[in-house]
Design a protein around this ligand. Sequence first.
Ligand code: NCD
Length: 308
Amino acid sequence: MRHFITPTDFTDKETQMVLDLAERIAANPAKYSHVAEGKKLATLFYEPSTRTRLSFESAMLSLGGTTLGFSGADQSSATKGETVADTARVVSCYADIIAMRHPKEGAPLCASMFSRVPVINAGDGGHSHPTQTLIDLMTIRQRKKRLDHLTIGFCGDLKFGRTVHSLVNSLVRYPDNRFYFISPEELRIPDYLIEDTLIPAGSRYMEVTCLEDTLPKLNVLYMTRVQKERFFNEDDYLRLKGIYTLTADKLQLASADMPVLHPLPRVDEIAMDVDQDSRAAYFDQVQNGVYIRMALIMMLLGLAEPQT
Ligand code: NCD
């Protein structure tokens, strides 16, 4: 039985297999509308979410399966003191696969050790968000036709942004990717990402503070929101929010084929006037999210691809 807790749980080849399957699903979703009939997905969301939970549910329904779950710790027995381990044991009697989001780093990993069915990490604290990473890879591959030899700029809250952490872990595996990390000092990438990921991979990277100076150098820009819920101090959040805003004017500094990604929700880091620009790829990511999750559910449940 396989779980999906961090993006590197899949080899490069397996990652490519999921992306390829997601592309085939995107080309003909109707063909896959019965492959998970009789299967149940449990969404255990201990933290707020619109996209990720609905996208998982939409994916399972699109495969002909059904869903059950909760969308807030206050709706679960966590309020009575039940451990994640016990909840995982219990829910694996009710469902064939589990998607879990949790504010504590490592909670989905813990669940996977006690579950009798595959567990997917749908975001754990500031740590990882591997399904978002697959979505980001699919979107970059569609736009740039490759996942290597790219200069990628990550901008915003690089300290707490789990989507950044997991995407960097994945992108270092492809040859000659280079990184610009654009953030204020307080929100720079964690040291562990440098020491455990970037240095061992031999990746070239720069930490900078100015978005405008960096834009012309990039093949891909990944914007992020300042992660309000992970701040210990409201004043720090208020001081740092709104520190970067990408506008249509600033986007003129970038190359004509530099996609702009954002995992969403956005607050004010991308102005609405960017939405009309063909480089805005963040709504493609949302659509790709359903196809990626359909592909992932099929892989983890070992569901065969229909022949016709
Ligand atoms: C991200 C998350 O939850 O980490 N959202 C998402 O799943 N698409 C990014 C964020 O909340 O800023």
